[in-house]
Design a protein around this ligand. Sequence first.
Ligand SMILES: Cc1cc2nc3c(=O)[nH]c(=O)nc-3n(C[C@H](O)[C@H](O)[C@H](O)COP(=O)(O)O)c2cc1C
Length: 304
Amino acid sequence: MKKNILVIYYTQSGQLEDIVRNIAHPFEEKSEEYNVTYYNIRLKKDFPFPWSGDIFFNTFPESYLQIPSEILPPPEEVVNKKFDLVIFGYQVWYLTPSIPIISFLKSGFAENILKDTPVVTVSGTRNMWMFSQEKLKVYLKQMQAKLVGNIALVDRHDNYTSVLTILRWMTTGKKEKSGMLPAAGVSDEEINGAGKYGRIIEKHFSGNTLETLQPDLVKNGAVEIRAFLVRVEKVGNKIFKVWSNLIIKKKEKRPLLIKFFKIYLMAAIWVVSPIVLVLHLLTTPIFWFKRKKQREYLQGINIK
Ligand SMILES: Cc1cc2nc3c(=O)[nH]c(=O)nc-3n(C[C@H](O)[C@H](O)[C@H](O)COP(=O)(O)O)c2cc1C
């Protein structure tokens, strides 16, 4: 009997859709063995793309605090079928799985679809996805889904270049290279080459060896951990917690606080994070083993 593969995703620019479709391609090629179903999560009221600067920053508190919006119900063919494998595509908004993804996870449909099902998570982000993946692991565990693999595709440019290009991309829709700046987001080469991960997943799925899928994915470049970004993300999460709670509590001061948050964020990226980088480099010999252990954990699929 044919196996049922479900590909779940949300995307604004189409980047994540391209990635998950390329990953699912090896399953589609074997149409005598697999039925592949795509489920594009849709919100009742979607976010704009390109973003206006105001809405982009105004989305921060709800994103960070994982406050859901209402989604349109998934199609019947998704709700009424039992799937043998789920490829779960997501993007990160403010160090957290995006609002559409959180909205699906909290919708009640998710548990039905994901319970007792092997799941491979796939993210397409700027470069700070590590602790979002930890947040996602908690949801999957609560729903008794079986996380068997993770692929994290990122912008490989340095952290500062990718901040500039992502802001250009998100606010104008322009992903391609312009002036001095390179193209934003995950490179075309990696998007087009993502089928290699699909072949690895298919091999382990058909051979019943999903328990060794993740090391194989990692060996093939599916998850790169940059220790410096782990540090920045840790600090960022602490600070975002304070800001998001403050903005949500002080409703009447929200527009002003969002403006301060925006200034703060830019200062943190351009002033604080270079300091963190220098401190990080200076302490490399002291924390070598700790960071190695942390990298191995973040490349894996276990939950602490
Ligand atoms: C509001 C917002 C916040 C974002 N925050 C992050 C972030 O914290 N870390 C990160 O690596 N990427 C971040 N991104 C980039 C997204 O993860 C993603 O790569 C980009 O939006 C393209 O996704 P798409 O497939 O929906 O077009 C953010 C994007 C948006 C729109």
